[in-house]
Design a protein around this ligand. Sequence first.
Ligand code: SAM
Length: 230
Amino acid sequence: QLSLRLKKVAEYLPSQANFADIGSDHAYLPSYVCLHDRYAKAVAGEVNHGPYQSALQEVAAHQLDDRIDVRLGDGLHVLKDNEVEQVVIAGMGGPLVRNILESGKDKLSSVSKIIVQPNIDARSIRRWFYENHYQLVHEAILEENGHIYEILVAEKGDPHQAYHQGNFEKQLWLGPWLMKERSPVFMKKWQVERSKKERILHQISCSKQPDEEKIQSFQKELVWLEEVLE
Ligand code: SAM
């Protein structure tokens, strides 16, 4: 049974998808997609031998070898030029996802849609999309087994479209679509973050040599959280 998190990621792929799943681990996502759509095909990329072997086994178990190509290698470098139309990168930290996109930029010319699920720091990927002419078209947030996950979907296009007038940095941090929707899971995530930030701010302020810059940055973010949570 595929996780809710990866099912939600799969929802953003079009039918007959031709995609890469980078950091595929067991290749659960491409297997699920190809089992449900006989015209879908995928490249499952893995940089580590263990997960690469697991992916090969999973794909063979479903007899999907003709539609899922499992490849060992770093990030988008496993792809040939113009090979896929969608890219999925899920279950890693935002900065790593961002680095994979940045260092594999030349492989993205045929890619019209990028779906990412960063475990932390979605902001760094929103910023990368913004700077690289990808328009953030959807955002989702969900909770599964006590973890809260964000999913970002971007398509080639005008990156300004997603952001409304007002505080750009705040929208990059919290997510322009998520902020608009203010779902219960979103509110929960940021209530927890606010408590954490208040605690850390208190600790920094009470230290012998308080870091003024850090204090100001925390205070600024706490104001943004007050605004969104009120
Ligand atoms: N994508 C799956 C998911 O969301 O459940 C697996 C996530 S797993 C936590 C992260 C996987 O990414 C690991 O299997 C790891 O080996 C792989 N990985 C990390 N850095 C990578 C890179 N630069 N290129 C390809 N795979 C990478």
